[in-house]
Design a protein around this ligand. Structure first.
Ligand code: ADP
Ligand code: MG
Length: 492
């Protein structure tokens, strides 16, 4: 880790510098068709209480049965986080009363989680990399949902979510700014999506963060933290950290002290508000769930899952740098999403890879962003973009014409063949020197005064190039135009 290069700056308070300390607890919904201890569907958006088995509704005498797929996904996630996999873990009951928790307890893992310590490498900014420690990853059940806006006199409870498997991923207090926390969550989300263990959809609440924030004098002992519950967008995580740190600094500098409490972030007012203090904290009376055996597996099970892991973002980034000669920054942008990385490789294979990266990042991603489209919905396919890159590479079209061509393909969609368009619409680059010479001669004859000026001011060359390009409808080969003009004007 290059902490020396860390860009996180201390915050200036009225009485001196302060450092922010952040640790995150991420709840990530496990990708699985059925729930952690029942066969009910995990599908999002069904009619209220349509995905609820007798186990999820906590009917008397119902017994939980562990879903092997959820265990597999948790172990794979642990491997993706370079973490220790615990061959023996235990499910505990975490007791509390809440209307959307029919059992009266949540099944979770307290003392013995399925995954222990690990680490994640995070690129915060170009050239700035930090390593964030993972404390643990454990499996637990999600709760149901109370709905208060369906009736004037009653609250409704929807148990569709009750019993869905979550992975709680707890970081060490290793983060030092909102930007670091945002980059960490993005990286974690990227790893889980590569693994296919969580879809990372924050809008649906499938990945959400409890954000623990404290402040201290640089290098001092850890301060008292506040925990901001259930922040559901990466942007809000950054904003919540910034306002919460400011609030804490204000209190301490006014001679007060921070009460350890749970708070909520309100994005509308950009402030955090107290939910409950430590005194009101639950006593969860954890104990091992007597209905479930400890979870045990052998080394062969873990090894088999390890062998089948896909290539993850860090490995793919390193390969893009060595195999295609990309910059670390370009490689980072391309590997963040698996679909983008695969799209790039399909464009780059057998072609000029740096040119392919430029076209994917600048033209394609730029256009997709402006139209708020995902890469999976791109009107231009990897084959089509590959064909455009090839046309530039072979000199058939100029970079400028290629942008027009991209535009045409974008509008005409997947059936358009870039090579055919270039031929039928006469877009090929003029490499025929005779035609370019004629255009150069015409421009020179028409502008005797400018020709005189160019002798004093060689920078005028650019103006002449522009005129010739105009004459040829942008199709002249720019290198040829340059060379001919230099010879005719006697500049270099
Ligand atoms: P709990 O289970 O009560 O929430 P933990 O000790 O497991 O408490 O910590 C939860 C999270 O809080 C972890 O992500 C940890 O890194 C973070 N954390 C702990 N102490 C601090 C602190 N002083 N400032 C900021 N974050 C902290
Ligand atoms: Mg906590």
């Amino acid at each position: 880790m290059s902490t020396a290069m860390r860009s996180a700056k201390p915050i200036k308070g009225a009485t001196g510098d302060w450092e922010i300390v952040i640790g995150l607890e991420i709840h990530a919904q496990v990708n699985s068709w059925s729930k952690l201890f029942s066969g009910a569907s995990t599908e999002f958006g069904g009619a209220e209480n349509s995905h609820v088995s007798l186990v999820d509704a906590a009917m008397p005498g119902m017994l939980p049965v562990i879903n092997e797929e959820c265990v597999r996904q948790a172990v794979r996630s642990g491997l993706g986080l370079n973490a220790r996999i615990n061959r023996r873990s235990v499910f505990d009951r975490k007791n509390y009363f809440y209307p959307d928790l029919p059992q009266g307890y949540q099944i979770s893992q307290f003392k013995s989680p399925i995954v222990g310590e690990g680490e994640v490498i995070v690129d915060v900014a170009p050239g700035e990399q930090i390593t964030v420690g993972i404390e643990r990853l454990h499996l637990e059940q999600d709760a149901g949902k109370s709905i208060h806006d369906q009736s004037a006199t009653m609250s409704h409870v929807d148990l569709n979510r009750s019993g869905v498997a979550l992975m709680e991923i707890v970081s060490k207090p290793d983060l030092r700014s909102g930007d670091e926390a945002k980059a960490y969550v993005s990286k974690l989300r990227s790893i889980l999506r590569y693994l296919g263990t969580c879809d990372g959809d924050m809008e649906k609440g499938n990945l959400r963060a409890d954000v623990n924030v404290s402040v201290r004098r640089p290098g001092a002992e850890l301060g008292t933290r506040c925990e901001i519950k259930n922040v559901n967008s990466i942007r809000f995580i950054g904003q919540a950290i910034d306002v919460e740190a400011r609030r804490q600094i204000g209190i301490i500098e006014d001679g007060g002290k921070i009460d350890q409490e749970t708070r909520l972030y309100d994005p509308g007012r950009n402030e955090t508000r107290s939910m409950r203090s430590k005194e009101e904290a639950h006593d969860y009376r954890y104990f091992p769930d007597p209905d479930l055996l400890p979870l045990e597996f052998d080394e062969a099970y873990v090894e088999a899952l390890k062998r089948e892991l896909p290539e993850l973002p860090d490995a793919r980034k390193a390969r893009f740098i060595s195999e295609y000669g990309l910059s670390a920054y370009d490689a980072d942008v391309l590997v963040a999403e698996r679909e983008s990385a695969e799209f790039f490789e399909a464009v780059a294979r057998g072609r000029d890879a740096k040119m392919a990266a430029n076209w994917v990042i600048n033209e394609l991603f730029g256009r997709l962003n402006r139209e708020d489209k995902e890469i999976s919905a791109s009107p231009v396919s990897a084959q089509q973009l590959g064909a455009i890159v090839e046309l530039i590479e072979t000199g058939a079209i100029s970079g400028k014409i290629a942008k027009d061509l991209f535009e045409i393909v974008w509008n005409e969609g997947r059936d358009a063949d870039p090579k055919v368009i270039v031929e039928t619409r006469g877009m090929t680059q003029l490499t025929d020197t005779g035609a370019i010479e004629a255009a150069v001669a015409a421009v020179i004859t028409a502008n005797p005064d400018k020709v005189e000026q160019a002798k004093e001011k060689p920078a005028m060359l650019g103006w002449f190039v522009g005129q010739v390009m105009k004459q040829t409808g942008g199709k002249a080969n720019p290198q040829a135009v340059n060379a001919l003009l230099k010879a005719r004007l006697g500049v270099d």
